[in-house]
Design a protein around this ligand. Structure first.
Ligand code: PLP
Length: 438
């Protein structure tokens, strides 16, 4: 007997307005998926819709609406600002597109050697395996491809993605995402995992998912029994608010953690939902209690129709200031901005380094205490020539600042920089050109 149908503590029958549904069906993930809410009529039975919500639900939406009954049951029927509700119920605000918002702001398509595979970083790739989710976040960073039931990835797409990974030995970490990989039929997901495991250089597989939050019923013995056969397998789960961590979710997290899957969380900083140091503090404490290590706190991407969700970056800095020192170090995520244009994730943090001299580094802590660390007066530098780990070559062009520090390159120049500066050299110091070139 699996733990799948075990009742969460205290629950004798499904919540309002599903009291008449047998508990066994309520706890069945298939029932949850086939009874998702997406219309004004259905949602009005669960929450008192505001005019802004009604209007958005009365016209064809820009982005698919679908909410599992379980997640809908967490919404406050009377509070239009309910943090659960605001993540999944559209309002007319999402019809407003501001000028900085673009369809593919992270330039993922430009980084895709084959459809659905994003290769941005030297040693890892993002593999998009489905366009479907259990419910749809209104601020979805991939709303350009997610939600369309007619645009699915095919077996042929997976094969092209796998062939690319197999022929690129520098790829040692594959991040399976979408859409939500845990909405795939289990045998399809297993086929992908199995084929990835057949590639010798793939060391780590990660799954990015929100199913444990939207559809915790899906996390059952059968699924985790399959997943644990493909270790080392990591999982990052999208959590935004402490209210998402219900007894059902806690049960799902413990099944996953007990299967030896290291769990991380990814959160998006959202105006009116979690833009509060104390909300995030409560969230990260509840996560680590459930063996989930907070991984990233994202600044909200420039996705069309999401300007009402975005906060100033200052809010993220303020939140990080409220975490460091105030709670366990392993409860603190990295706050990152995924750079528009495809620059990838850039960590942003308050400053703790105040000044330095040859011998002293002046620091401040979270309380405002200022102190110094004295650096060694004699230090025998590390010798890359004799270090075996320093011998392996990196893909040229991705050395970055680390490459400058390692002496591999002397400078990094923006595109066109050399042309502009060569012209200046010719104009200004033309007579000495031969000498310069020589
Ligand atoms: C986020 C992301 C990754 C993984 O980045 P980590 O910092 O290693 O978690 C890889 N590829 C792409 C395209 C990404 O957006």
């Amino acid at each position: 007997m699996g733990r799948e149908i075990e009742e969460p503590p205290g629950r004798r029958r499904p919540p309002h307005p599903w009291e008449e549904v047998p508990l066994e069906q309520w706890n069945d993930w298939r029932w949850q998926l086939t009874h998702r809410l997406n219309s004004k009529e259905e949602l009005s039975k669960v929450i008192n819709l505001t005019p802004e919500e009604e209007e958005a639900l009365s016209v064809p939406s820009r982005f698919r609406v679908d909410i599992t009954p379980y997640f809908a049951s967490l919404m406050d029927p009377d509070d239009p600002n309910c943090p659960i509700r605001r993540q999944v119920v559209p309002t007319v605000k999402e019809f407003f597109i501001s000028p900085e918002e673009v369809e593919d702001s992270l330039a993922e398509d430009a980084h895709s050697p084959v459809p659905g595979l994003v290769h941005r970083y030297p040693d890892r790739v993002l593999m998009l395996v489905t366009t479907q989710c259990a419910s749809y976040c209104r601020y979805c960073t991939r709303s350009r491809i997610v939600g369309n039931p007619r645009a699915q990835f095919s077996i042929a797409d997976y094969e092209r993605q796998l062939a690319y990974i197999a022929s690129n030995p520098q790829v040692r970490d594959v991040l399976i995402s979408g859409g939500d990989p845990l909405t795939l039929p289990q045998h399809i997901l297993e086929m992908i995992l199995k084929k990835l495991r057949e590639i010798p250089h793939v060391e780590v597989i990660r799954i990015g998912t929100r199913v444990p939050v939207f559809l915790p019923q899906r996390i059952n013995e059968e699924l985790v029994g399959m997943l644990r056969r493909y270790h080392p397998l990591w999982m990052n789960i999208h959590f935004n608010h402490p209210k998402e961590i219900t007894p059902e979710v806690e049960r799902a997290l413990s099944l996953l953690a007990d299967a030896g899957i290291p769990l991380g969380s990814q959160s998006v900083l959202l105006a009116g939902i979690n833009d509060c140091p104390n909300v995030i503090l409560a969230l990260v404490r509840k996560l680590v209690k459930n063996r989930v290590r907070p991984y990233y706190l994202y600044q909200c991407d420039l996705v069309p129709g999401t300007s009402h969700f975005r906060t100033p970056v200052a809010k993220g800095i303020e939140i990080m200031e409220a975490l460091r020192g105030h709670t366990s170090g392993f409860a603190i995520p990295s706050y990152v901005i995924d750079m528009p244009g495809g620059g990838g994730k850039v960590p942003i943090s308050p400053n703790y380094l105040l000044s330095m001299s040859e011998s002293k580094v002046v620091l401040r802590n979270y309380e405002g205490f200022i102190g110094a660390y004295t650096q060694p007066s004699s230090y025998k530098p590390h010798d890359p020539q004799t270090c075996p780990y320093c011998q392996s070559a990196r893909e040229s062009g991705q050395e970055g600042i680390a490459g400058i520090l390692a002496g591999k390159v002397n400078s990094l120049a923006p595109q066109g920089w050399e042309e502009v500066h060569r012209r200046r050299l010719e104009v200004i110091v033309q007579p000495r050109e031969a000498e310069v070139k020589g």
